[in-house]
Write a protein that binds this ligand. Structure first.
Ligand code: PMP
Length: 425
C-alpha cells in the first residue's frame, strides 16, 4: 500500500463517508505559497481555482496579523476591541452608505442563514425565491433552498425556484429574455402570496457559480430587487464567491448592476482562510430584530479573524489586486479565445476578472455539455501540475478562479497547459 493509499484508508475510517476528495489520485498537500501548492514530495502545483486564499496562500501579511493578534488576545465580540471596530469600519467603507451595519459570522452558510432570518423578521413573511441550481450553504434552512442539492426531494412549500438568467442555456435566450426572466420572479412572488407565505426575500449568487458561472443580463438584479420589494420582500446579494474585487470590474459584483441590496452576504475570501464571514445590512431592516433578539456567535468576528480580514483589505489596496484581476483576467480570456480557434470543445468563455468559466462542449453546433471531457481535462492538467476544477449543472464548466496575486506569467502557464492538455485528449 502506498503512503497515499494508506492515508485515504485512514481518512475513510476516521471521517464521515460524505466527505469527498478532489482528483482520481488525491493530492497530499503540505504547503502553500502565493499561487503555488506544494505536495509531500515537493511537487509544485499552480493553483488556478481556489478563491479562499484570496491574496495568496499563506500571505505574510495575514500570517503576521494573525500571529500578532493571537499572541496578544483572542476574545469574542462581547467586549470592546479596536481590531473588530477597525475592521468593520474598513469593510463597511467598501459598500454604499445605506449598507451601514455589519454582523460577523463563521461561514457563508451562517451569513445566509442570518440574512434570511433577519429578512423574515423585518418583513413578517416566510417565502423565499431562489434561482435554479444555486448553492447557498449547508445548514438545514439554507440547504433546503439550495436548489443545486434539493434533487427529487424538491423545495419546501415556502420556496420557489426561478430559472437562472442564463442567455446561453436557459429557457429564454433572445432579445426579450430579460423580461421573461423577470416575469418568473413576479409570478413566484404571486404564488408565494397565494400560498399564504408572502415574500421575505430573494437570494442570488451574484455570479451564479454552481448554475454554471451565469452572468445575468444588465438590469436583471436591479429589476428583480424592485419586484421583490414591491411584493414586500428584501433582496439578498450572496457575494460569498464573487466579492472582494474578484470580478475585477467592481469590488462587489452587484455594484456593476446598479442595485443596492438590502443584505449582502460574504465569506470564503474574507479572512484568506481564517473562518470569517459577514452579513451586511441596511440598518432599518435589523432594528426591529434587535429589540427582541440578541446576536451572539462565539467564534464570529473574533479579533484574530478580524486581523486577518483587515490584512486582506490592506493588501488588496496596496497591491492593487482588483485591477490586477481585471488585467490578467482579460489576458486569460483573450488567450482562451485564441485556443478556441483550434479547439471546438471551447463553447463559451464568460465571467470577468478572476471569475471565468470555460464552457466545454462536445461541439459548437449542438453546444451539448462535454462533461466527460471536462473531467479528463482537469486530470490531464493536474498531471501537468496545474490545478483546476469543474462546476455547473452538467459539470462541464472549467473554473478559472485563482488567488488575486495571479500574474500574466501564471496565466500564460495556465494557457499553455490548457492547450497541451486539450491537444493530448
Ligand atoms: N454561497 C455561495 C455562493 C457559495 O459558493 C458557498 C460555498 N460554496 C456558500 C454560500 C456557503 O459558504 P460556506 O461553505 O462558507 O458555508
Amino acid at each position: 500500500m502506498s503512503d497515499i493509499e494508506a492515508m485515504i484508508a485512514r481518512r475513510n475510517r476516521l471521517l464521515g463517508p460524505a466527505y469527498r476528495l478532489f482528483y482520481d489520485a488525491p493530492l497530499h498537500l503540505v504547503k502553500g505559497e502565493g499561487v503555488w501548492l506544494i505536495d509531500a514530495d515537493g511537487g509544485r502545483y499552480l493553483d488556478t481555482y481556489n478563491n479562499v486564499p484570496h491574496i495568496g496562500h499563506s500571505h505574510p501579511a495575514v500570517v503576521a496579523a494573525v500571529q500578532s493578534q493571537i499572541a496578544d488576545l483572542n476574545i469574542h465580540t462581547r467586549y470592546l476591541h479596536d481590531t473588530i471596530l477597525d475592521y468593520a469600519e474598513k469593510l463597511l467603507a467598501t459598500f454604499e452608505p445605506a449598507l451601514d451595519t455589519a454582523h460577523f459570522c463563521c461561514s457563508g452558510t451562517e451569513a445566509n442563514e442570518l440574512a434570511l432570518r433577519l429578512a423574515r423578521d423585518a418583513t413578517g413573511n416566510q417565502g423565499v425565491i431562489v434561482t435554479e441550481c444555486a448553492y447557498h450553504g449547508h445548514s438545514q434552512a439554507i440547504y433546503e433552498i439550495s436548489t443545486r442539492d434539493v434533487g427529487a426531494r424538491g423545495l419546501p412549500d415556502y420556496a420557489i425556484a426561478v430559472p437562472a438568467p442564463d442567455l446561453l442555456r436557459g429557457p429564454h435566450r433572445g432579445a426579450d429574455a430579460l423580461a421573461h426572466y423577470l416575469d418568473h420572479i413576479a409570478k413566484a412572488a404571486e404564488t408565494l402570496n397565494q400560498r399564504g407565505y408572502g415574500v421575505a426575500a430573494m437570494i442570488v449568487d451574484t455570479i451564479q457559480s454552481s448554475g454554471g458561472t451565469v452572468v445575468p443580463p444588465m438590469g436583471y438584479y436591479r429589476q428583480a430587487a424592485e419586484i421583490i420589494r414591491q411584493a414586500g420582500g428584501l433582496f439578498i446579494a450572496d457575494e460569498v464567491q464573487a466579492g472582494f474585487g474578484r470580478a475585477g470590474t467592481d469590488f462587489w459584483v452587484y455594484q456593476g448592476h446598479d442595485v443596492v441590496p438590502d443584505f449582502v452576504t460574504l465569506g470564503k475570501p474574507m479572512g484568506n482562510g481564517m473562518p470569517l464571514a459577514g452579513c451586511i445590512a441596511q440598518r432599518a431592516h435589523v432594528e426591529g430584530f434587535a429589540r427582541s433578539h440578541k446576536y451572539f456567535n462565539t467564534f464570529a468576528g473574533i479579533p484574530v479573524s478580524c486581523a486577518a480580514g483587515l490584512a486582506v483589505l490592506n493588501v488588496l489596496e496596496q497591491e492593487n489586486l482588483q485591477a490586477n484581476a481585471l488585467d490578467v483576467g482579460n489576458h486569460l480570456k483573450a488567450g482562451v479565445a485564441k485556443l478556441a480557434e483550434e479547439h471546438d470543445a471551447i463553447g463559451d468563455i464568460r465571467g470577468s476578472g478572476f471569475f471565468i468559466g470555460l464552457d466545454l462542449v462536445t461541439d459548437r453546433k449542438t453546444m451539448n455539455p462535454a462533461t466527460a471531457l471536462t473531467k479528463s481535462l482537469i486530470e490531464a492538467m493536474k498531471e501537468r501540475h496545474v490545478l483546476s476544477g469543474a462546476i455547473g449543472p452538467d459539470m462541464n464548466i472549467l473554473k478559472i478562479r485563482p488567488p488575486m496575486v495571479f500574474t500574466r506569467d501564471h496565466a500564460d502557464l495556465l494557457l499553455e497547459t490548457l492547450g497541451a492538455s486539450l491537444r493530448a485528449l
